[in-house]
Design a protein around this ligand. Structure first.
Ligand code: PHE
Length: 446
């Protein structure tokens, strides 16, 4: 029998676990820093609910209606048509992301170990920058941590949905929440923190241009795990009696809460220590360790922060792996263990290339960046956007309105869902595709 989530709560935390990840704790704060703070956050929230939530629901509907892996879902719901290749696309893309995500996951393993040996105490910013560059550009250490991270991911997925993914998320997500909130409270109490709060919550719309909108949308896709078969695959393990609307909204709201709390945990501290918020991707691995080294009880906060980063990354990486595992098990008749081992090997190799692209392979340049940058921007700017576009087009234009209505309202029994269906349908059919296409074009040519 096909495995499934054991409870409604389990399904919600697993989806929230997929959504809340490096995107919230690493990417969101630096993007907010680079794009001018509060105004970016407002655009991000609008796009999350108007565009991304309907896409999330579309993926949910596809997965739960079919109760199959992403490839078979597209194939079966469209009566065996060519749409199955889109399904295959959504199976392959998460593997690319998992490969480089695991490299950053490995960095958090390394930084957790460093914080356990109190390596940040009183070091200067220059030391922190060199510590990071020395680490990522070396050959073996980042390869080792990439291996450890990917191994953890694989082991959890091998155990299965209910006993692996669900159990892990159920224990880790509440813990993650407590840690991030505790750090945020601590950070707000630092002298000089209010400048950071102002930066986060006082909007300056002059900073918002088409590019900022494009990066807000890309970030919202990434953060909600959209455009890859992830949500679809998890939804295929959700019980038919659950409410798609409330589960999707609960996931989107928790994802947003985590991003905002991460912002509140990081920005006030950044300002309290007089640092420019536009530190870019190095924010979490260069700037924060410096700050931890300066602040009272910083050693402990560093341990908590990097543990949180690792846990958040793991609850996301398992969801990426599950997409292809479900495919291999159901379509290619692999055993779960063999599917996991095969995918481990593939992702390990691609990830190793990404990891080495900061050091021995740094001479390989694509579009001005290294292999890691290439995979990151290809997947979050192009592949996720395409995946999301195909998904809404599939639901809005290929599937039947009555079937979507039926799935979304549990056969007409959920009256609130029935009432809002008209608006949702309009968003899925017209607004989402138009918004995705225009923002995508701006992102590329603007
Ligand atoms: N949403 C995850 C994060 O914010 C990343 C992710 C992307 C997970 C795609 C699954 C699929 O880090």
């Amino acid at each position: 029998m096909r495995d499934s989530f054991g409870s409604r709560f389990g399904a919600i935390v697993a989806m929230a676990g997929s959504a809340v990840g490096l995107g919230n704790l690493w990417r969101f704060p630096y993007l907010v820093g680079e794009n001018g703070g509060a105004a970016f956050i407002i655009v991000y929230i609008l796009l999350s609910f108007l565009i991304c939530l309907p896409i999330f629901i579309s993926e949910f509907v596809i997965g739960r209606r079919s109760q199959k892996n992403a490839y078979a879902a597209f194939r079966d719901l469209s009566g065996g048509s060519e749409w199955r290749w889109i399904g295959l696309f959504t199976v392959i893309v998460p593997l690319i992301v998992l490969s480089y995500y695991s490299v950053i996951g490995g960095w958090s393993v390394e930084y957790l170990l460093k914080s356990l040996s109190f390596s940040f105490s009183d070091a200067s910013r220059i030391t922190m920058n060199t510590m990071f560059t020395d680490f990522v550009s070396s050959t073996w250490a980042p390869l080792a941590t990439h291996t450890v991270f990917l191994l953890f991911t694989t082991l959890i997925v091998i155990v299965g949905i209910k006993d692996g993914i669900e159990k892990f998320s159920k224990v880790m997500m509440p813990l993650l929440f407590i840690i991030v909130v505790a750090i945020a409270i601590y950070s707000l109490m630092l002298p000089g923190a209010s400048a950071g709060v102002d930066y986060l919550f006082r909007p300056d719309f002059s900073k918002i241009d088409a590019k900022a909108c494009a990066s807000a949308l890309g970030q919202a896709f990434f953060s909600l795990s959209l455009g890859f078969g992830t949500i679809m695959t998890y939804a295929s393990y959700v019980s038919k009696g659950d409410n798609i609307m409330t589960q999707s909204a609960a996931t989107a709201i928790s994802d947003l809460m985590f991003a905002l709390i991460a912002g509140v945990a990081i920005m006030p501290a950044v300002f309290a220590f007089g640092i420019d918020p536009q530190a870019g991707p190095g924010l979490v691995f260069e700037t924060l360790p410096y700050i931890f080294g300066q602040m009272p009880a910083g050693g402990l906060i560093a341990i908590l922060f990097f543990a949180a980063l690792l846990v958040a990354a793991l609850t996301s990486s398992i969801s990426m792996l599950e997409v292809a595992v479900a495919y291999l098990v159901e379509e290619k008749k692999f055993s779960r263990v063999w599917a996991c081992i095969t995918l481990f090997v593939i992702c390990w190799i691609v990830g190793a290339l990404c990891s080495l692209s900061f050091g021995p392979l740094s001479h390989i340049r694509i579009n001005g960046g290294n292999l890691f940058d290439f995979f990151d921007s290809l997947s979050s700017n192009v592949l996720m956007t395409l995946g999301s576009l195909f998904t809404v087009l599939f639901v809005g234009w290929r599937l039947k309105r009555t079937d979507i209505y039926d799935e979304f309202t549990n056969g007409g029994t959920l009256s609130t869902n029935a009432r809002i269906f008209g608006v949702l349908w309009f968003l899925i059919r017209y607004i989402c595709p138009l918004a995705i296409i225009s923002i995508f074009l701006v992102g590329i040519f603007g």
